[in-house]
Design a protein around this ligand. Structure first.
Ligand code: NAP
Length: 254
């Protein structure tokens, strides 16, 4: 059995994680670094100090990459120097935004921003970074989906549309690339304590009704997602393809 856990090792691998400044992206960056990966922390402002400090605590290695994923037309150009410098083995498309408003009043600019960051940028990064993976015959892409990849949500039509599409894109790319050694999968987090859910956590009634439905009896924490990401980034998941792994304390089973 010696060395069996090497199946989960990311030693020698380079990962790029989007939205690495906070929440789930920060926890996943930490998890991948702790498993041995060199992590490229992608943010849109140079304020990733908290994530860097956590990675330093475990002696992990990182670099930062600054790209605004809402500026769709600039993504490919800004990614080029990164691709020239690094062979990216693992891509985690985590960055995401949410905008809440009743559908009849829904702001169209916000609709576009949500679709651009949550979906359009995911395709562009997957295409640009996936190309190299397909050429080399190996790679892992992990998209962060949502329970709203399955359900409708309330007052979040753009977010729900984007996250349903992320699940579809995951399966579409997985079908094309599984035979070429590239595994594309997604993680669908349940209700996690991050900036993304601050508004509903501050709404006492909403927060209470959500908690009542979670069999685990608590909201999720960002670090609850790290193990699933390490698994999907590692050789342990080499035969897992096109899967949306729900990490939700049991919500979907209820
Ligand atoms: P979060 O703390 O708000 O994280 C979102 C991250 O995306 C932030 O680091 C943010 O950076 C970054 N980001 C936003 N706009 C960007 C842009 N234009 N370019 C580059 N980066 C950008 O919330 P989170 O919950 O961890 O969200 C991470 C992912 O999990 C999202 O895709 C979200 O939809 C998904 N998710 C969350 C939950 C939940 O319950 N929390 C449930 C299901 C799915 P700044 O903070 O610097 O703007």
């Amino acid at each position: 059995m010696a060395g069996y856990l090497d199946l989960f090792s990311l030693q020698g691998k380079t990962a790029l994680v989007t939205g690495a400044r906070t929440g789930i992206g920060q926890a996943i960056s930490f998890g991948l670094a702790a498993a041995g990966a060199h992590v490229l922390l992608l943010g849109h402002r140079d304020n990733l100090d908290e994530t860097k400090a956590k990675i330093e605590e475990v002696g992990g290695s990182y670099e930062t990459v600054l790209i605004d994923l809402s500026e769709i037309k600039q993504i490919r150009e800004k990614l080029q120097p990164v691709l020239e410098k690094h062979q990216i083995d693992i891509l985690v498309n985590n960055a995401g935004v949410i905008y809440r408003e009743p559908a009849v009043d829904y702001n169209e600019q916000e609709w576009m921003r949500v679709i651009d960051v949550n979906l359009h940028s995911v395709f562009i990064l997957s295409q640009e970074i996936g190309k190299g993976m397909v050429e080399r015959g190996s790679g892992k892409i992990i998209n962060i989906a949502s329970l709203l990849s399955f359900q409708g949500g309330v007052f979040v039509p753009a977010y729900t549309a984007s996250k349903h599409a992320v699940a579809g894109l995951t399966k579409s790319l997985a079908n094309e690339w599984a035979g070429k050694g590239v595994q594309v999968n997604a993680i669908a987090p349940g209700y996690i304590e991050t900036n993304n859910t601050e508004a509903i956590r501050n709404d006492e009634n909403r927060s209470k009704s959500i908690l009542e439905r979670i069999p685990a009896g608590r909201w999720g924490r960002p670090e609850d997602l790290a193990g699933a990401a390490v698994f999907l980034a590692s050789p342990a998941s080499d035969y897992v393809s096109g899967h949306v792994l729900v990490v939700d304390g049991g919500w979907m089973g209820r």
